[in-house]
Design a protein around this ligand. Structure first.
Ligand code: ADP
Ligand code: ASP
Ligand code: MG
Length: 406
């Protein structure tokens, strides 16, 4: 079997951890598997590089920021390759320029266009373990790029597809995908399997256990994707096609994220095209808008509220203010103390009353819902950040996700 394994930041966070990862790779090879490895930067070193850049200047040049951030993964690939060689296992580190792993799109948000893996295939044929730097790529002009925070998962899946691997394993600091983040809800349960479409929603709504694009990529190519602990043995969670013989759970999990901010434009004229006029400048700045609600018009005026990622908040606010200035009487209000939570499950398609139960549960907790957005298999709501944890816990219990107590 050919396996691509990806080790996240905590899993390669110290010299001792790097040796432990090397031992694990060697054991897998001794069991007869062919292994290619992708690694993240050590521990929180990417965060520290971002801080360093911000100490130098408030708005670092995007090209240079990518050049800096890409160094984190180069450190861990070289160290892991050294540890493997030292333990008697031939290994070679690879960065995106060497492979090359080609990307398109802007710095910091580049997308993988092609994975050059001739050298990696040669390594595998010669019994050498290739150790690849996650998160980075090479732009058309030869510049180093990065593909978005948490992106090493996506590098791993792209590599698994390019190498025609049998499975892509994401080794991390939890032993699988849980019904919700086990750090927030200790009653959360590990899920043995999750369907691609449920995992897409969970990742899209903020479960950072897998990078959203890694799930998209794996689903598109039918790549078996497994989340495992890098610390202890276990079956982990397999992300795969839905099992047609088993009834899908109504709610399989709850995702949440604190990274949103809400911007409201109030008292704008209720005219055709006004939403476009207000949101077009935000879109033109490549700022992704998540939830949108337009309140029922009163006296020829409406309120429009939308949410964006907190990193884009200041820019979106400025653009919204400029757009609203064109309408006399319109005002802009903001709230960055909001959070989003979402219940996800394929069984929702065939069950009525899921949203009603969500609203009832939150109402019992005295939690006010600010915005709602739904898909066939998801209901997500925006709440005050202070209510987030209480809301997640209450919903986790209400939808029967809590682990049975011994
Ligand atoms: P890595 O550095 O290995 O990429 P991440 O920090 O990106 O690790 O992802 C693992 C973390 O994801 C866990 O420590 C956990 O707190 C968080 N997490 C969020 N939602 C879930 C979930 N549903 N199941 C498991 N872990 C989750
Ligand atoms: N090191 C990068 C980050 O911290 C990429 C990753 O860990 O996946 O975002
Ligand atoms: Mg991650």
């Amino acid at each position: 079997m050919r396996i691509v394994q990806k080790y996240g930041g905590t899993s390669v966070g110290s010299v001792a951890r790097i040796h432990a990862v090397a031992d694990r790779i060697i054991a897998l090879r001794q069991a007869g598997q062919e292994v290619a490895v992708v690694v993240s930067a050590m521990g929180d070193s990417t965060d520290r590089l971002v801080e360093l850049a911000r100490e130098v200047c408030a708005q670092p040049d995007a090209r240079e920021l990518d050049a800096l951030l890409a160094t984190g993964e180069m450190v861990s690939t070289a160290l892991l390759a050294m540890a493997l060689c030292n333990a008697g296992c031939r290994a070679r580190s690879w960065n995106a320029l060497q492979m090359p792993l080609e990307t398109t799109g802007p710095a910091g948000r580049a997308r993988i266009a092609r994975v050059g893996c001739d050298g990696l295939k040669r390594d595998l044929a010669e019994d050498v373990v290739p150790v690849v730097a996650g998160f980075q790529g090479r732009a058309e002009n030869g510049d180093l790029t990065t593909i978005g925070r948490g992106g090493s998962d996506t590098t791993a899946v792209a590599l698994a597809v390019a190498l025609d691997a049998d499975e892509c394993q994401i080794l991390t600091d939890v032993d699988g995908v849980y019904t919700t983040d086990p750090r927030m809800v200790p009653e959360a349960r590990r899920l043995p399997t999750v369907s691609f479409e449920e995992m897409l929603e969970l990742a899209g709504q903020g479960s950072r256990v897998l990078h959203l694009r890694s799930v998209e990529f794996a689903a598109r190519h039918g790549m078996r994707l497994r989340v495992l602990s890098s610390f202890e043995p276990g079956p982990g969670t397999l992300i795969c096609e839905e099992n047609p013989n088993v009834e899908a759970p109504v709610v399989c999990g709850i995702a949440f994220n604190r990274d949103e901010a809400a911007i409201s434009l109030t008292q704008v004229p209720d005219e055709a095209g006004v939403a476009h006029a207000l949101l077009a400048p935000v879109a033109a700045a490549s700022i992704e808008v998540d939830m949108i609600v337009i309140a029922a018009p009163r006296g020829g005026r409406v309120d429009l509220t939308f949410t964006v990622h907190r990193d884009d908040y200041a820019r979106a606010l400025e653009l919204a203010r400029n757009a609203a200035a064109k309408y006399a009487g319109a005002a802009v209000t903001v709230d960055d103390r909001v959070a989003k939570l979402a219940i996800v499950g394929s069984g929702m398609r065939s069950h009525a009353g899921v949203a009603a139960k969500l609203f009832a549960t939150l109402a019992d907790e005295g939690i006010q819902v600010r915005l709602v957005s739904t898909s066939e298999i998801k209901v997500s709501v925006l709440v005050a950040e202070k209510d987030l944890e209480r809301g997640v816990r209450a919903l986790h219990a209400a939808f029967g996700l809590d682990r049975a107590q011994p």
